[in-house]
Design a protein. Structure first.
Length: 500
């Protein structure tokens, strides 16, 4: 009988190791002036340096060094007074130089940590994830395998190479061994990558779009019998590109490895690839034999020797920690933890805060961004923040509060703004969206509704207040939805002898 996840963690202790690669959002590449803009035509953002042409000399990107130091400081690392680049030699089809310029034994940031919190059976529990190193390197190009059914090299007719990504500044953040998580290993892994993503976003050093590959995670996992005090043989699941997939990859490997151990089979040290459809991993390449990358110091680049005063200047610019900020805003806005999580996961915390800062009610600001704006963005498959500005949302909320718009009319205004019809005021003018608030006009509509539904009106006169809903609906229809429903109800009930 095969073990499920719960059964597996009753017998085996998982140990994690997480390696996160982050593409920095510098305008130029790590060692040349080629553009890093995403989505360019293949091989149009290249030059002799990033293509590894003979005689081409690299020059290190200063902004990339600054961004890496900021990351190290935010992760409580020590910044090395001396670090240098090395050549990592290996054959890879999308690495044009046949070596990667990286950092090896002398990285720029070392010995940090990141604290995360997860929900456990005993309530919220903190976990400290220790960080071994943060180092700089360059990204590889991209292979496109044409033909076949899977889009992978096996079964493809031929492969195309795009070197636009080759040389883009890359930072690798490597944890130390993460143990003691027990059954919560998947949640700890996801919480760590989530918090790390939020920190990087707050620093402004990367767009951290996992779906585009600008942030990706390698998940190392091993199992050993509980209480053995040993470490098992690890697998390395490569390039996991969503928070949910990080969690699922851990679960999948715990189940796979535990069942192999139960069957008396050994775990092979290898890379593996996560499969979104099944939540399982498949074998990649063996890492049973130590690979000799023949590292040696990069002769064409000088060592990195950051001035201590500059480091302290950068430390002074660090923004408020995302976890501290979330706790502060959650208290200020009186928002439930689950809703705050939804805002963070949707990437809407910044725009909601800006909308509230302008003067909008916190509850309405959250509701509009998480509700109507997100719905329209999902229909268009775009980021909600690209459709409408915080100032425009705040203006709509203000018009609702003043009684100039109903919620229904406000939705039409937002649709008009997103459709490019102008500001909220311009949309209201063009579409004639104005609340009918004149008592005379409303009473005329109320009397017409009563005349068309005399039996319903009689039931309301007799004390059946819920029956008034049909009459209110008729008034709203007659006014094109532009009446204030609360005011209609008040006038209607008073007219039928049920008002205060």
């Amino acid at each position: 009988m095969s073990l499920n996840y719960d059964q597996a963690v009753e017998k085996y202790e998982p140990t994690l190791g997480l390696e996160v690669h982050v593409e920095l959002n510098t305008k130029s590449k790590m060692f040349c002036s080629c553009s890093t803009e995403f989505g360019g035509a293949p091989n149009t953002q290249t030059c002799p340096v990033c293509l590894g042409m003979p005689g081409a000399l690299p020059v290190v990107n200063g902004k990339a060094i600054e961004s890496t130091i900021l990351i190290g400081l935010a992760l409580n690392c020590s910044i090395a007074p001396f670090s240098r680049f090395a050549r990592k030699n290996y054959f890879y089809p999308d690495m044009p130089k046949n070596f990667q310029t990286s950092q090896y034994d002398e990285p720029i940031c070392v010995n940090g940590y990141l604290d995360v919190e997860i929900e456990t059976d005993e309530g919220v529990k903190p976990f400290r994830v220790e960080i071994e190193r943060v180092h700089m390197e360059e990204d590889t190009g991209k292979s496109l395998h044409v033909g076949g059914a899977t889009g992978r090299i096996h079964g493809a007719d031929y492969s195309l190479l795009d070197y636009n990504r080759a040389g883009i500044p890359l930072v690798e953040i490597v944890t130390k061994i993460v143990g003691g998580t027990g059954k919560y290993a998947p949640q700890v892994a996801r919480a760590y990558v989530t918090e790390l993503r939020d920190i990087l976003r707050s620093l402004g050093v990367s767009d951290v779009k996992m779906e585009q590959g600008s942030m990706r995670c390698d998940v190392n996992l091993s199992l050993a019998p509980i209480g053995s005090g040993e470490l098992g043989t690890r697998s390395e699941t490569k390039n996991v590109n969503s928070l949910r997939s990080v969690e699922r990859a851990v679960i999948g490997e715990v189940v796979r490895q535990s069942n192999r151990l139960e069957a008396g089979e050994r775990i092979v040290q290898e890379t593996r690839h996560f499969q979104e459809e099944s939540g399982q991993t498949r074998s990649g390449r063996s890492k049973e034999q130590a690979e000799d990358y023949r590292y040696f110091p990069e002769p064409d680049l000088v060592p990195v020797v950051p001035d201590s005063a500059w480091i302290e200047e950068l430390r002074a610019t660090l923004p408020e920690k995302p976890s501290t900020r979330r706790a502060r805003l959650q208290e200020e806005w009186s928002v439930p933890a689950k809703e705050m999580t939804s805002l963070v996961n949707a990437g809407l915390l910044d725009v909601v805060e800006e909308t509230i800062t302008i003067g909008a009610d916190p509850t309405r600001a959250r509701s509009w961004w998480l509700g109507e704006v997100s719905r329209l963005a999902n229909e268009r498959e775009v980021d909600p923040t690209t459709l409408i500005t915080p100032a425009q949302v705040a203006e709509v909320i203000s018009l609702i509060a003043s009684g100039d718009l109903t919620d229904k009319l406000a939705r039409q205004v937002v649709e008009g703004v997103i459709a490019g019809e102008g500001t909220p005021a311009e949309v209201i003018s063009k579409r004639g969206l104005k609340v009918v608030s004149d008592d005379g006009a409303l009473m005329a509509a109320i009397e017409a509704a009563i005349a068309s539904q005399p039996d319903t009106a009689e039931r309301v006169r007799g004390g059946n207040i819920p029956a008034a809903g049909a009459l209110i609906g008729a008034v709203m229809k007659a006014t094109g939805g532009q009446a204030d429903a609360a005011k209609v109800r008040e006038l209607l009930l008073k007219h039928l002898g049920q008002g205060e």
